[in-house]
Ligand binder design. Structure first.
Ligand code: ADP
Ligand code: MG
Length: 393
C-alpha cells in the first residue's frame, strides 16, 4: 500500500475519488511560486503531507475539493498554498475567503498564511472574529487584504456594515467543514455563500465528514474531487483507554489521584459544558493543582495566553470543551481525561487523538459516574472497536 512518511512519524494512505494513490510529492514538483517555496523551505518543509499532495494540484486547477484528513495532517497548507498561489499581490479586493468555527482557529490559519506570504510582500491577510473591537478590523479592511479568514458571525456583521465586500471572491474554503455545516453555523454560512455568486472554487476540509456534509456539499460544489487520508492501520498510535467508576461528587478527587499516581505531565481534560470546565478548574486550584480552562466565553487574549502556556509546557493541566479545542494544533499530550463522556462518538475519537502523537503511545481515562455514561462508553467502544480497560485507583 502506498504510504507517506508525513508528520511526526505517522504514515498515511490516501484515496482520491475512491482510488488509492501515492501520497509522496515534493513542493518543488508542484510548480509553485518561488516566494511560497522559499517560505516553505524556511520552515524546513520539503515533502508535502498527503492531504496537501492530493489537494494542492486540484485547487491550483480551480477544481472543487472535499478533503477528509486527520487532525494535524497539514490541512491548513493544503488550502492555504493554492489560495496564496492564486492571489494577486497587486489586487485590492478580497479574492480568497476562509471560514472557520472559532477565533483561535481563525487566528491560527491567519498566522500560517502570513508565514507562507513572508516573501510575497503585496499579499495581505486579515482575520475577522468576534471578541475584538470591530473598528480595529475595519481599519485592517481599509488596507485592502486579498485574503480574509473569518468566523461566520463577525463576517456577517462586517457584511451588514458594508465594511467588507465579497463580490470578487473566487475561492472559498470551509475549514472544519462538518462543524461549519452543522446546526450552529449552517444559516450564517448559507447567507455568506449567497453573497459570493461568482466563486470559481470551493474547498471543504475536515477530520470527519458526515453524511450531512456530503449532502450539503453538492449544493455548493461542482463535481468535487474527494480526498480521504487515513493513518496506516498498523501505525495507529497505541492509546490505552481506561474506564474508572466514581460517584458524581468524587470526580475531582479521582482526577487528582490520576494526575498524581500516573505521573502525567501534560494533560488535557475534556468536559461537555463551559460551566463544568470553570468548576473543575476551581476545584483543582483549591487542591493546589495548577489548571486553566479554555472555552468560548473567555476573552480572546486570555484564551491565547492559556493555550500558549500549555503549548510550552508551563501549564500542566488544560481543561477544555470540545468546541474550544476543535481544530487547534494542541500537540502531543501525555493523557486525555474525559471528565464527562462526550455525547457524540466522533468527539471521543477527536479527544483521544490528542494523545499518542509523538511517542506513539498515549492514555485516555474515562470517568464514569452514571449508567448512561457506562452505556455511552460501551457504544463508543463497540463502534470503534476500542478495548477499554476497567481501572481502579
Ligand atoms: P490540520 O489542519 O490537518 O489539523 P495543520 O494544518 O494545523 O493540521 O498542521 C499541523 C502542523 O503541521 C502545523 O504545525 C504545520 O505547520 C505542520 N505542517 C504543515 N505542512 C507540513 C509539512 N509538509 N511537513 C511538516 N510539517 C508540516
Ligand atoms: Mg485544521
Amino acid at each position: 500500500m502506498p504510504t507517506s512518511s508525513g508528520l511526526k512519524g505517522t504514515r498515511y494512505s490516501m484515496e482520491i475519488n475512491g482510488i488509492t494513490v501515492e501520497p509522496e510529492l515534493r513542493y518543488s514538483e508542484m510548480d509553485l511560486n518561488p516566494g511560497i517555496l522559499k517560505a516553505l523551505d524556511q520552515k524546513g518543509f520539503t515533502l508535502a503531507t498527503p492531504v496537501q499532495a492530493g489537494a494542492i494540484p486540484c485547487f491550483k486547477d480551480w477544481k472543487d475539493v472535499i478533503a477528509k484528513a486527520p487532525t494535524g495532517s497539514g490541512k491548513t497548507f493544503a488550502f492555504g498554498i493554492p489560495m496564496v498561489e492564486h492571489t494577486d499581490p497587486e489586487g485590492t479586493e478580497v479574492t480568497g475567503l476562509i471560514l472557520a468555527p472559532t477565533r483561535e482557529l481563525a487566528l491560527q490559519i491567519q498566522d500560517e498564511l502570513r508565514q507562507l506570504c513572508a516573501f510575497l510582500p503585496g499579499i495581505r491577510v486579515a482575520c475577522l472574529y468576534g471578541g475584538q473591537p470591530i473598528e480595529r478590523q475595519i481599519n485592517l479592511l481599509k488596507k485592502k487584504p486579498q485574503i480574509v479568514v473569518a468566523t461566520p458571525g463577525r463576517l456577517m456583521d462586517h457584511m451588514k456594515r458594508r465594511t467588507v465586500r465579497l463580490g470578487k471572491v473566487d475561492t472559498v474554503v470551509l475549514d472544519e467543514a462538518d462543524r461549519m455545516l452543522d446546526m450552529g453555523f449552517i444559516k450564517d454560512v448559507t447567507r455568506i455563500l449567497k453573497q459570493i455568486p461568482h466563486k470559481k472554487n470551493m474547498g471543504m476540509f475536515s477530520a470527519t465528514i458526515s453524511r450531512e456534509v456530503l449532502d450539503i456539499s453538492w449544493l455548493y460544489q461542482r463535481d468535487p474531487v474527494e480526498i480521504v487520508v487515513r493513518p496506516v492501520e498498523e501505525d495507529r498510535p497505541q492509546i490505552t483507554q481506561y474506564r474508572l467508576k466514581v460517584d458524581m461528587g468524587g470526580k475531582v478527587d479521582l482526577l487528582c489521584a490520576i494526575l498524581e499516581k500516573e505521573a502525567l505531565d501534560r494533560v488535557l481534560v475534556f468536559c461537555n459544558t463551559k460551566n463544568t470546565t470553570d468548576r473543575v478548574v476551581g476545584l483543582l486550584n483549591m487542591r493546589q493543582v495548577p489548571a486553566e480552562c479554555i472555552h468560548g466565553d473567555l476573552s480572546q487574549k486570555v484564551r491565547e495566553k492559556v493555550l500558549g502556556r500549555f503549548r510550552t509546557g508551563e501549564l500542566r493541566v488544560l481543561v477544555a470543551t470540545d468546541v474550544a479545542a476543535r481544530g487547534l494544533d494542541i500537540d502531543d499530550v501525555d493523557a486525555v481525561i474525559n471528565y464527562d463522556i462526550p455525547e457524540e462518538g466522533e468527539y471521543y475519537v477527536h479527544r483521544i487523538g490528542r494523545t499518542g502523537r509523538a511517542k506513539r503511545t498515549g492514555r485516555a481515562y474515562n470517568l464514569i459516574s452514571s449508567v448512561t455514561d457506562d452505556i455511552r462508553l460501551d457504544e463508543i467502544a463497540a463502534h470503534n472497536r476500542y478495548d477499554i480497560e476497567t481501572m481502579t485507583l
